[in-house]
Design a protein around this ligand. Structure first.
Ligand SMILES: O=P(O)(O)O[C@H]1O[C@H](CO)[C@@H](O)[C@H]1O
Ligand SMILES: O=c1cc[nH]c(=O)[nH]1
Length: 314
């Protein structure tokens, strides 16, 4: 289109954190009288964000609000966290019905909804929240679910590299009429440390692999069970086998944006997802609810071991 630049790669905007402080690269924020974090109903004038969040060291994101509430409850037990007398865990973002946000000592548990646009919004607001709070040395996790590729259902995949639906390791965002490309380089240190948190006697497998992040659950993930489908079962299988051969072990819908933003912000991070089925054997997720609930705890267990080790809690 006339007057539009097609593609630009954005590597130089990566933030190098100073003294571990959470810095944001947007110069406009400092000039604003007030910063309203609309989707979590918080703000730097309406709330004392320093008092509320300065001690945060870990932010755990996951798609579903109820899963992230359960994760917060799990962290209360794991960290032996004492809630103030007579109080239960409260959803700090209760003034908005878009996301839920819980805080258990130095751990935030926050939902991100489904897909990259939804994750992107909450990521911006959490970054700004931690910036206003003056938090430092914070590690981010995405704790999710996914479709596995050639791995036993219920296995946990830690993302080695996030790639898009055509296996490119960057996220494209249309900005001011340009297509900007942000590398989704993942932090190998945290991923490997997480892998070391798995134990020989765990009743599930934990492995490293590439994660394919798609814009869509159905055609984007080569399913045959969507409302539309213009390809054959053979086309589907040859695509899935091809991506398996290129190292992809699971498929989900947020890792690319999550990894690209963490890289851009200079934040240590990892993506860890349980696999709900093996996509080489089917499309429908029909595992009984109680089994799936137990599977969804698995990445939480690994992340909680990591957090406890960092906090020197045995
Ligand atoms: O289990 P969560 O973290 O919600 O994520 C996965 O589940 C959703 C699809 O069912 C997508 O958002 C996918 O990424
Ligand atoms: O197959 C699956 C399962 C969970 N989430 C996905 O995005 N795909």
């Amino acid at each position: 289109m006339a007057g539009f630049q097609p593609i630009k790669s954005v590597e130089d905007s990566v933030i190098k954190p100073q003294n571990g402080q959470m810095h944001i690269l947007n110069p406009h924020i400092a000039t604003m009288e007030e910063d309203v974090l609309y989707h979590i109903a918080l703000g730097n004038k309406s709330h004392d964000l320093k008092e509320m969040f300065k001690d945060v060291k870990f932010v755990c994101f996951g798609g579903s609000p109820s899963r992230m509430k359960k994760f917060a409850e799990f962290m209360v037990e794991e960290l032996n966290y004492k809630l103030p007398a007579g109080q239960t865990l409260c959803n700090i973002a209760h003034g908005s019905d878009r996301y839920v946000l819980y805080k258990v000592g130095p751990v935030i548990s926050v939902s991100h909804g489904m897909g990259m646009p939804s994750l992107s919004i909450i990521f911006h607001e959490i970054m700004k929240l931690l910036h206003h709070a003056g938090s430092s040395d914070v590690t981010f996790f995405r704790i999710g679910t996914s479709g596995g590729l050639g791995v036993e259902p219920g296995s946990v995949v830690i993302t080695d590299e996030a790639v898009d639906g055509i296996l490119r390791p960057y996220m494209e965002v249309a900005t001011l009429g340009m297509m900007l490309q942000y590398p989704a380089s993942s932090d190998k240190t945290v991923s490997h440390d997480l892998l070391n948190m798995s134990k020989d006697n765990d009743h599930f497998k934990t492995l490293l692999g590439k994660t394919m992040c798609t814009q869509d659950f159905y055609e984007g993930q080569a399913r045959l069970d969507g409302a539309f489908c213009d390809y054959s079962k053979d086309d589907k299988m040859s695509f899935l086998k091809r991506v398996y051969e290129r190292g992809v072990r699971n498929i989900e819908m947020e890792s690319l944006c999550f990894s690209a933003y963490c890289h851009r912000a200079g934040i240590k991070s990892a993506v860890i997802c349980v696999t709900l089925l093996d996509r080489l054997h089917g499309d429908q997720i029909s595992t009984p609810h109680d089994v799936m609930e137990e599977w969804q705890n698995r990445p939480q267990i690994i992340v909680s071991r990591y957090i406890k080790q960092k906090l020197s809690i045995s």
